[in-house]
Design a protein around this ligand. Structure first.
Ligand SMILES: C[S@@+](CC[C@H](N)C(=O)[O-])C[C@H]1O[C@@H](n2cnc3c(N)ncnc32)[C@H](O)[C@@H]1O
Length: 268
């Protein structure tokens, strides 16, 4: 079943890559809603010796570069090692190793086991919209644990289960009945983009499942935040237009419910 789910997600991503790397309006959501919450967590880092941060599932590297710029503005020295199994996303955005101020960025792709051998466990790891993209969350969290030192902190952001439920109600998410052991669905990317719309795989789990998995695996949860666009943005103009271009429906009320969940936890 796990292999079947992974294969299905891989096929959807092959079709989605073009749209994903051409996103523009989604970046407004990131800038106003998810990125400030991540930066707030990262700003708590003690940085006298220089930081080493791992991004586990960096996609096309957009958030990696944003975070590197932020650390640079704060005059922090260090390294971000960003890994994603899909090398094609990085090829499309032409993101490769580079230095931004005093922050060295290293992108890695390919087999996880090989990646793991090349790195030293880190104090900080972040994971943005990956937990809802992995067919096997337990395996992903076990790997996360391997990438961290004892006491190391992980910050996970992922699509809020309540938002997924709302998308199902709006009929923007199509449940995959053949993959029914966890709530698995094809979801039209809900933010209106100038480019064509595209579909992503979503493996939705209950809020409690994420918490229990983390605790069973050996993490201690420090905080949980629910990000609601209308609470997190400064003005209505900054909130995204949640929309399905296929049916020409516009959902402003989606800005009033939590769309991202952020869990910060450390390895015990
Ligand atoms: C929705 S994208 C988010 C990408 C990026 N973090 C961002 O926010 O722009 C999900 C990413 O998770 C990656 N991914 C899927 N399975 C993974 C795994 N087992 N380990 C690490 N990354 C994975 C995918 O390749 C994809 O790039």
């Amino acid at each position: 079943m796990k292999e079947k789910r992974e294969e299905w997600a891989k096929k959807l991503w092959e079709k989605a890559r073009e749209g994903w790397t051409a996103r523009t309006d989604d970046l407004k959501y990131r800038a106003n809603v998810s990125r400030p919450a991540l930066k707030e967590e990262i700003s708590k880092i003690e940085s006298e010796k220089g930081v080493c941060i791992i991004e586990f599932g960096c996609g096309d590297g957009t958030e990696t570069l944003e975070l590197a710029n932020y650390l640079n503005e704060k005059n922090i020295t260090g390294e971000i090692i960003a890994y994603d199994p899909q090398s094609q996303l990085l090829e499309k955005t032409k993101n490769e190793n580079k230095k931004i101020g005093k922050i060295q960025i290293r992108f890695e792709t390919g087999d996880f086991e090989k990646f793991k051998e090349q790195i030293t466990p880190s104090d900080i790891l972040f994971s943005i919209y990956v937990l809802n993209d992995v067919a096997d969350a337990q395996e992903y969290l076990l790997q996360t644990k391997e990438l961290l030192k004892k006491g190391g902190k992980a910050i996970f952001q992922f699509v809020h289960p309540a938002f997924v439920e709302a998308m199902i109600k709006k009929k923007v998410a199509k449940l995959e009945s053949s993959l029914s052991d966890i709530q698995t669905m094809t979801v039209q990317y809900p933010i209106l983009e100038k480019q064509n719309y595209f579909y992503l795989p979503v493996f939705n789990r209950k809020e409690q499942t994420y918490k229990s998995l983390l605790e069973e695996i050996g993490f201690e949860i420090e905080s949980i935040k629910e990000l609601i666009p209308l609470q997190n943005s400064h003005s209505r103009k900054e909130v995204p237009i949640f929309y399905t271009s296929q049916k020409n429906i516009y959902f402003p009320e989606m800005n009033q419910i939590p769309s991202t969940m952020q869990i910060t936890a450390h390895k015990k």
